[in-house]
Structure formats: C-alpha cells, structure tokens
Ligand binder design. Structure first.
Ligand SMILES: [Zn+2]
Length: 414
C-alpha cells in the first residue's frame, strides 16, 4: 500500500470518528432530553426542557453538515490533482518564495472564509434567531466580517510573512527563529489586543453596578489581585448567550463578564462566578496554558524543520514537486490528524483545571451553593445540553459535565 493511500485512510478515519462522535452525542442528547435531574427540579420547566432539546438538535445537525462538508472538501483538495495544480499556479504567479507563500495561504484562507459564510449566515439569522438568541442586524454582521478580514489580514501578513522571511534568511536554524518570533509577537498581542483589536468589536467598561463593583474589589483584594480589572462587555448587541472569562498575564490581567450574564444572575452568583475565574489565575492556569502552547509550537517548528529537510514529504503524498508553502500545508494537515488523538488528553487537562478553579471558588466564597445555582441559571438561559454522551464529553468537553459539576458543588457546604 502506498503512503498516499495510508494518509487518505487516516484522514477518512479521523473524519469518520469526528462525525460518529457528533452523531452519538446528538442521538444521546435527544433520547435523554426530557429527563430532568433532581438538582434542576423546579428551576427548569418542561417547556424550557423541550426548547433545549430542539435547540441541541438544530445545532447538532448544522454542526454535522458543516464538519462533513468541510472535511470532505479538504480531503478532495489534498488528494486529487487540484492541490499540485494549485501549487503550480501560485508558483507561476508569484515573483519569489515569500510572495508565493503569502499568496498560497492567503487565497486558501479566503476560500475557506467564503465557504464558511453560508453557515455563519444560517447559524445567526435562522438557527440562533429561531431560539431568540440572535440580536445582530445584517449590517452589524457585515461590519464584523469586514473588520475581522482586515484584522486577520494584518496579522496574517505579520505572522506568515515574518516566518517566511526567517526561513529564507536562516535556512539551517529557522525553526528556532520562527518560534522566537511567534512567541514574541503573541506576547506583544496579549498586551495590544485589548487596546487595538477588541475596541473594534466590543465596548469593554467597568461594571455599571456600583454595589457589585465594590464587592468585586473586596474579593480581588482578598486574593491579592488589586491590579486586575473586572469589566463588562456589551455582548448583548450580538447574542443573548451569556458567559464570563479570564484573560491576560502581568499587568493586563482581567475578568470579563458578558452584560447578558450580569442580567441573568444575582449579585452573589456573579461573585461566585468571579471566584471561579480568579481560581484560574491563582492556580496558575493562564501561565500553564501559554507555556503549553509555546512548547507545542516549538515542537511543531522543529519537527517540521526535520521533515522538510528530509525532502521526503512530497514523495509520501505521491507528488513530484511542491513549493515550500505546499509542503507546510501538508505538514499542518498531518499534524491536525495526529492532533485529533491528542484531543482527549487536552480536554482531560482542561477539566482538571476547571475542577481546581471550582474548588478554589468554594473556599473563597464559603460553599458551592451560589456557583451551583449560577450554573443552573446559565444552563437554563442558554438552553445548554444537560445530557452529552459520556464518550463525547471524554473527548471534547473542556468543563466537567454540568450535572456532575452542580452535584459536587451542592455537596460543598460553608
Ligand atoms: Zn473555568
């Protein structure tokens, strides 16, 4: 069996596994949708439960169609004559290796964005609208699209153009240079994004509620994070979904609450959610995630360098000749296939961090009751899935299953 056939088989296997997991989850969710766990009794009524079932079904089906079409198109592109043809076309259009690389990825990126448009339109204006979540006008959707193309374009030229230049200048050690360049740039962006990029899309403001803001400051003081910022974002301009997150390192640490979440929760519940987010900071999760990302990029750069030096990749895929960008694309695709088998480890690690942050929150606010009721309220308002398939959760879930999490929190008394 040729290696090309082996890779095609691997691609099909990974795609089939992803689709099977999606389908399994959808089916499981539909079968158990009408079961209301005891911790949720009296907090979610039968009508909500029915809505949540319909919502998961619609979302699940759309996800399946999107994953299947995207996966098949990618395989079709890579394993037919289209890919070497595209590579030759770019080679004939560009004047040098750097412009060839930029053009190669830019056109593919644009094509991918174009193919994603119908899904984005359907998701926002049909699916999310049907369940009362969409708040975006078509004008805002277009403005977002243009702005993200612009920001994406600038970042792409910086990241990709810079890397291609380094590859050309340091042919024997580019893996280290490219890694260093990307690391510096991403640290730089961590500081610059809140100043330059986020304001293009969102309005971040200090908490409007004075009494809440005072209690938030007290809580920050108790964990020694006076310098951290707690902000609210006008997420309600786009969607009714609610969330909160923690980001940044050093002097740009901040917790961001969606304004929708602040509307849905009581003051005590908001503080419990904040305590969980602070747990991520105190347990060093942000630093760990950054470090893990950097190590992964370093390993990827070095592995890619070794494989590209061998010059055997082109032959593996049954091709005669391929530009540098084409070879990088094949490498990226291979890494993504292998990376799929790494997903459960990644998710397990993330769930472990979420449990640590929950434990921290319980200790900080004295008991798990408020966080538990907050999670139930958020699940009700967001029509969240209550019954994901256990295998699906194992592979993908970044948080412990909601029922398990709420049950654990309810047991933690002051
Ligand atoms: Zn968390």
């Amino acid at each position: 069996m040729s290696l090309k056939l082996f890779f095609l088989g691997l691609g099909l296997l990974v795609l089939a596994a992803r689709l099977a997991l999606d389908w399994l989850n959808l089916h499981h969710q539909q079968r158990h949708a009408s079961e209301l766990p005891p911790a949720f009794a009296g907090r979610i009524d039968a009508r909500r439960l029915q809505r949540s079932r319909e919502y998961s079904r619609a979302k699940g089906l759309l996800g399946l169609v999107e994953a299947a079409s995207g996966g098949l198109l990618t395989l079709g592109f890579l394993f037919s004559g289209i890919f070497p043809g595209y590579d030759r076309l770019i080679g004939s259009m560009a004047s040098g290796p750097i412009s060839a690389g930029l053009l190669f990825f830019a056109l593919l990126g644009l094509l991918q964005a174009l193919l994603g448009l119908p899904f984005s339109l359907y998701r926002n204006f049909v699916l999310e609208a049907r369940f009362g979540f969409n708040r975006m006008s078509f004008g805002l959707w277009c403005a977002d699209l243009l702005k993200s193309l612009l920001v994406g374009g600038v970042l792409f030229v910086l990241l990709c153009g810079g890397a291609l230049l380094l590859v050309q200048e340091f042919p024997q050690s580019w893996w280290l240079w490219v890694w260093g360049f990307w690391t510096l740039l991403s640290l730089f962006l961590l500081y610059l994004a809140p100043l330059l990029i986020e304001p293009l899309f969102y309005k971040m403001e200090p908490l409007h509620d004075r009494s809440l803001a005072r209690q938030v400051r007290q809580l920050l003081g108790r964990v020694g994070l006076q310098a951290g910022k707690v902000l609210q974002v006008d997420a309600s301009r786009r969607s009714g979904h609610s969330n909160a997150y923690f980001t940044g390192i050093g002097r740009v640490k901040r917790v961001v609450f969606f304004d929708t979440l602040l509307e849905q929760l009581t003051e005590k519940q908001v503080l419990a959610v904040l305590a969980h987010e602070l747990g991520h900071w105190r347990c060093g999760h942000i630093r760990q995630r950054l470090l893990k990302g950097q190590l992964l990029v370093l390993a990827g750069c070095y592995g890619g360098f070794l494989l590209l030096q061998q010059q055997s990749l082109v032959g593996w895929f049954g091709l005669e000749q391929l530009g540098f960008a084409g070879q990088v694309l094949l490498l990226g695709w291979l890494a993504a296939q292998v990376g799929f088998f790494w997903t459960p480890v990644n998710s397990w690690w993330s769930r472990r961090q979420e449990r640590q942050a929950d434990r921290f929150a319980v200790e900080l606010v004295g008991g798990g009751r408020e966080l538990a009721t907050a999670l139930v309220s958020l699940a009700r308002e967001n029509l969240s899935q209550l019954h994901p398939h256990p295998l699906y959760s194992r592979v993908y879930a970044s948080h412990p299953p909601l029922l398990e999490r709420v049950a654990w929190l309810e047991r933690q008394r002051a």
